[in-house]
Design a binder for this molecule. Structure first.
Ligand SMILES: Cc1ncc(COP(=O)(O)O)c(C=O)c1O
Length: 388
């Protein structure tokens, strides 16, 4: 008998991250390095403004593309911070997180059987979304010795006549790697020469360490080939509000708005109000969070490197560290489960993000210093007691 569930849905599986988080619920005293979100609450002035707007009646649908006032504020941000020129009327859409922007872009750009190039390892939802479109992900591995930065020459080797889209994400989840401007220029040129649409996911743009963030969307000569995707989730500690946006060629944004209308109609108005306020808060609010992550990064990396069998390079962005465990395990999923069962420390197996992630564990250091210190202590015990 044929399945009642579509083959499209059956093409994807639930992420192992959720399995780990569900497993963690069996324990009381867990140190969680697994969750990919800020440990800060949304800055109060943002929440206050949004609630106030809602109380005043800003509770209705907005137009599909998002409130024009918010789109105008986004256009200004793109101009002043990213050097991206985007017309707020025709070249910007506000979405339910960056995740919806990515989904809409793929819906509009790829056919079944097309190939989408993406990094290995990469955020789990990339591959899931590509598969839901009926398209095929083609993985481009990154290496620890290159600071996990994607390279144009490695992408080039995997381009075929079926390639349609190239998805990049710098700074990167899960590796914490970031791509240098000079390499991003080569990648944008490569996409242009090969008629690939470049989806650049800049969700973590403001969490860069020892490297300056660069937006490929600022390259005017390639603007017809680039969709820039941003999120309020991580930068402003607003994961639960679900707001992101995309900027790109009017012809594509128009199609994305059409699909968005059939998926969610519009991004919740109260969340759009919060996003509007977020764009006005003092830079210091975000800088303070970034500074905490930078300090946590040092604490975690130095701590990990002092433990037998574990090693870690300094991530150049985000709040993730990709910890090398090849000396102690060939199976990162088993190791992650065992560390949870024995020491109640949650991490995510690198293999969850793609084959090239095997031999690594992803740690999020968006956590309190006390928790990071306690977690490191437990891993030290684990290494001493359970590893040869
Ligand atoms: C690389 C990357 N892109 C996009 C997202 C989704 O962000 P949003 O909450 O805006 O949908 C995430 C969330 O973890 C992410 O890591």
């Amino acid at each position: 008998m044929s399945s009642i569930i579509s083959s499209r849905s059956r093409r994807i599986e639930r992420s192992e991250i959720f399995e780990m988080l569900a497993r963690a619920q069996d324990y009381d005293d867990v140190i969680n390095f697994g969750v990919g979100q800020p440990h800060f609450n949304t800055p109060e002035e943002i929440t206050d403004y949004a609630f106030d707007q809602a109380k005043k009646g800003y509770t209705h649908y907005t137009v599909n593309a998002g409130d024009i006032k918010v789109r105008r504020a986004i256009a200004q941000k793109l101009q002043s911070e990213n050097d991206i020129e985007a017309d707020p009327v025709s070249e910007i859409i506000i979405t339910v997180g960056a995740i919806e922007a990515l989904f809409l872009a793929l819906m509009v750009l790829v056919e079944s059987g097309d190939e989408v190039l993406l990094q290995d390892p990469s955020w789990v939802n990339y591959e899931a979304q590509v598969k839901l479109m009926g398209a095929d992900p083609v993985r481009v591995p990154v290496k620890e010795e290159n600071n996990f930065a994607l390279r144009a020459e490695d992408i080039e080797r995997r381009i075929s006549e079926n390639s349609r889209v190239l998805m990049i994400n710098s700074p990167n989840n899960p590796t914490g790697g970031a791509i240098e401007k000079s390499e991003l220029l080569k990648i944008a040129e490569l996409a242009h020469e090969n008629d690939l649409m470049l989806l650049t996911d800049e969700t973590y743009e403001k969490f860069c360490y020892d490297i300056e963030h660069f937006s490929p969307g600022s390259l005017r000569k390639y603007r017809d080939n680039i969709i820039s995707i941003f999120s309020f989730s991580k930068v402003y500690a607003m994961t639960g509000w679900r707001v992101g946006f995309a900027a790109g060629p009017a012809e594509i944004i128009k199609e994305m708005i059409k699909v968005h209308d059939s998926v969610g109609l519009c991004t919740p108005s109260v969340s759009q109000a919060a996003a509007y306020k977020a764009l006005q808060v003092d830079d210091e609010v975000v800088e303070e969070m970034a500074s905490t992550y930078r300090k946590n990064r040092e604490l975690l990396v130095e701590g990990i490197n002092s433990i037998d069998g574990f090693s870690c390079i300094y991530p150049r962005g985000t709040f993730y560290a990709f910890v090398n465990v090849k000396d102690v395990s060939q199976n990162s999923l088993e190791l992650a489960r065992d560390m949870l069962d024995r020491e109640q420390v949650v991490t995510v197996a690198g293999s969850s993000f793609g084959e090239a992630g095997e031999g690594f564990l992803r740690f999020s250091y968006a956590n309190s210093r006390e928790n990071i210190e306690e977690g490191l202590e437990r891993i030290k015990n684990y290494s001493r007691n359970y590893l040869d």
